[in-house]
Design a protein around this ligand. Structure first.
Ligand code: SF4
Length: 228
């Protein structure tokens, strides 16, 4: 099996299994650019379920930029309290809403424009474009994409910057996989290829994986060496 066949088989198996795993938070906002932008911003350094709880609480109160701007700062803070750094993110949210309103209610369609917004870095911008507009010129690189890419030897283990990991992945993954890669890795990373103790013993791609940065500590038990 050559490398292209290995990657195709990895993708095929993980995609076939994905319907058994928890959907990603962002999957709730496909085709909804504003909600995708807010969810992406809130999701930074936050667990999926906490992001979803915050989104549900916020959008139960207000679901448009104008309506969110009519909320008090305290109402916004309370709604998004489940996410990390909620006080900073409450300020970012107000800035995002003001800018979207000033832009005629339209979320920008480019990374360059989106990253002018407070709280919106490269990753949030790429995720927003992919989810909200279906623009998938890049692969959203989060902790799951980075970690699993290295374990599967799709990415150099020493590469740290998400845009560089995106470049390396785009060199090896066929274009048709790019739109789905982030969500699949988030799901796979939460169900199987866990950060500290990956479930390699029962993993559906164990025969295809070189397990870079993972050691077997006892028969059937595996641990990441990333934090050693
Ligand atoms: S074999 Fe282990 S390291 Fe490789 S993808 Fe599966 S869980 Fe992750």
């Amino acid at each position: 099996m050559d490398e292209a066949e290995r990657i195709a088989e990895l993708y095929h198996r993980i995609r076939a299994a994905a319907s058994n795993w928890e959907p990603t938070t962002l999957s709730h906002y496909v085709g909804q650019p504003f909600k995708a932008l807010v969810a992406s911003m809130l999701s930074a350094q936050t667990r999926e379920e906490q992001t979803l709880a915050a989104m549900n609480a916020l959008f139960a109160l207000a679901s448009t930029p104008d309506a969110i701007l009519a909320l008090s700062d305290e109402q916004i803070r309370q709604a998004i309290r489940p996410v990390s750094y909620f006080e900073s993110k409450a300020r970012y949210l107000r800035d995002i809403c003001e800018r979207v309103v000033a832009n005629g209610g339209v979320v920008p369609r480019t990374v360059d424009e989106l990253t002018q917004y407070k709280g919106v870095g490269w990753k949030v911008a790429v995720l927003t474009l992919a989810t909200g507009y279906g623009i998938t010129d890049d692969i959203t690189v989060d902790v799951h994409v980075a970690r699993i890419g290295k374990r599967l030897r799709l990415v150099n283990p020493n590469t740290k910057q998400p845009p560089k990991i995106n470049d390396e992945l785009k060199m090896v993954l066929p274009r048709a996989m790019w739109p789905h890669w982030n969500a699949l890795m988030v799901q796979f990373g939460r169900a199987v290829c866990l950060p500290t103790y990956p479930r390699c013993g029962t993993c559906l791609v164990r025969d295809l994986c070189p397990r870079v940065g993972v050691v077997e500590t006892s028969p059937g038990s595996f641990r990441s060496t990333e934090y050693d």
